[in-house]
Design a protein around this ligand. Structure first.
Ligand SMILES: Cc1cc2nc3c(=O)[nH]c(=O)nc-3n(C[C@H](O)[C@H](O)[C@H](O)COP(=O)(O)OP(=O)(O)OC[C@H]3O[C@@H](n4cnc5c(N)ncnc54)[C@H](O)[C@@H]3O)c2cc1C
Length: 407
């Protein structure tokens, strides 16, 4: 390991690897560090990702695809089924990945582009001088290193410390975290071409249960609950999950277990400062409704890599420069989607089971393969006029989408 690079990227998840790859492709000298000994393992994810968005970043490789989905099936509290085509099911529905292979493949792409990849290397602090981040303190096999760089990219996931070290407030309230529990199960009798979602206050308060098929009778079966709905005197996500699994898959076998959290806060105020960029879960860029963050992490990772190049080439890594090159760009793309999702989440979170059932009844005969956002809003309007009023800001976007499709 050298003692100086143009860029240090902390964390080799999807955000960090895409940021490192992008910066290295631009000709920057990049160090990508990962504290674990194997990139992508252990997995803390249901591994669902939209096909079309993935293709924006990597060539699809069968090695890391477990299932190719046609769509999603959403079950209302009374069991009413809504079936949606893959194209309109959101950023988590498309392929079910094998992230142990996928994450490593992304890091390999960063290495092929010229980045130096170091596993079992943990960032323990930042070097900060004259109000600028100037590098990071690292630990590798018990030995300490001080490595300098023009820009540090913090891609260290939901438990990120890099932002805090630089004085950026990334703290999350319990209501801003989806607390998750998941089993990888085998011996399941499920349709391998559809993922399933179950909603309702009894099954998953403030969240949902998911089943993501992984081929050969296997699936990720998990649950996410709002942090405010669980805690000391309330059942834990795993308690709800066990109840669901006992009923739905009495014959299934559990072969892996995952516990973890996902930020569902929506955009935070600041994700960069002098010499530092935060990206992915570290920047709280996951979707506030679903908790999905792979695609957003990759999209923002690309912007971060490009922004690092622009700032370093201009000889200006100040907060003002990064505001232009990074903050503004991710907020008008990834951030805009996040803001819209937050509006919808804040409405749906207040619906009881009866209201959810009534929405499901009004949507169950809609042909989702051909539906535009406006059609969906119209169907919702028929079911619940108050909801439509609460969601009125989305109309501007829906109208734009319709106009775009007609041109
Ligand atoms: C149960 C569960 C299910 C989920 N399901 C989905 C899903 O189906 N679809 C979807 O899109 N999203 C899903 N998500 C969210 C998704 O996993 C994350 O949004 C995504 O992984 C974010 O990528 P990232 O690169 O920002 O962070 P991560 O993938 O978390 O990567 C961060 C990396 O940084 C490393 N690191 C941390 N600290 C340091 C340090 N100090 N030094 C060096 N390395 C460090 C970590 O080891 C890790 O490898 C799920 C999350 C959970 C918990």
């Amino acid at each position: 390991m050298k003692d100086r690079y143009d860029v240090i990227v902390v964390g080799a998840g999807p955000a960090g690897s895409i940021a490192a790859k992008t910066a290295a492709e631009k000709g920057l000298d990049v160090l990508l560090i990962e504290k674990r000994q194997e990139i992508g393992d252990p997995v803390r994810c249901a591994e669902g990702a939209s096909k079309i968005y993935l293709k924006n970043h990597v060539e699809i490789d069968k090695k890391w695809i477990c299932a190719d989905l046609k769509g999603s099936r959403i079950y209302a509290p009374d069991g009413t089924l809504i079936e949606m085509a893959e194209e309109i099911s959101g950023g988590e529905v498309g392929y079910v990945l094998e992230r142990k292979i996928f994450d490593r493949a992304l890091a390999e792409k960063a290495a092929e582009a010229g980045a130096e990849v170091r596993v079992k290397t943990r960032a323990t602090d930042l070097i900060i001088e004259d109000g600028f981040v100037k590098g990071a303190r690292l630990m590798h096999l018990g030995k300490k290193y001080e490595v300098r760089a023009d820009i540090v990219i913090g891609a260290d996931g939901v438990e990120s410390k890099v932002g805090r070290w630089a004085g950026i407030d990334t703290a999350l309230k319990p209501a801003d975290i989806e607390t998750c529990a998941q089993y990888l199960m085998t011996g399941l009798d499920i349709d391998q071409e559809y993922c399933e979602f179950y909603i309702g206050g009894k099954l998953a308060p403030g969240g949902y249960v998911w089943i993501f098929p992984k081929g050969e009778g296997k699936a990720n079966v998990g649950i996410g609950l709002l942090g405010s709905e669980t805690g000391k005197f309330k059942p834990r996500p795993i308690d709800y999950l066990n109840k669901f699994v006992e009923k739905r898959f009495p014959e299934g076998r559990i072969i892996e277990m995952v516990l973890g959290g996902v930020p569902v806060s929506g955009s935070i105020e600041k994700t960069s400062t002098n010499g530092l960029i935060l990206v992915g879960d570290a920047a709280r860029q996951s979707d506030p409704i679903t908790g999905g963050g792979i695609i957003n992490a990759m999209d923002a990772g690309k912007i971060a890599g490009e922004a690092a190049y622009e700032a370093i080439s201009a000889g200006d890594v100040s907060e003002e420069m990064l505001e232009e090159a990074y903050e503004k760009r991710w907020r008008t793309t990834v951030g805009h989607e996040i803001d819209m999702s937050l509006v919808v989440k804040n409405c749906f979170i207040n619906l009881d089971d009866e209201a959810l059932n009534s929405l499901a009844h009004s949507l169950k005969d809609v042909k989702f393969e051909r539906m535009l956002l406006l059609d969906l809003l119209y169907a919702l309007f028929k079911a619940n006029k108050k909801l439509l009023w609460d969601l009125r800001v989305l109309f501007k976007d829906a109208a734009k989408e319709v106009a775009k499709n007609k041109l």
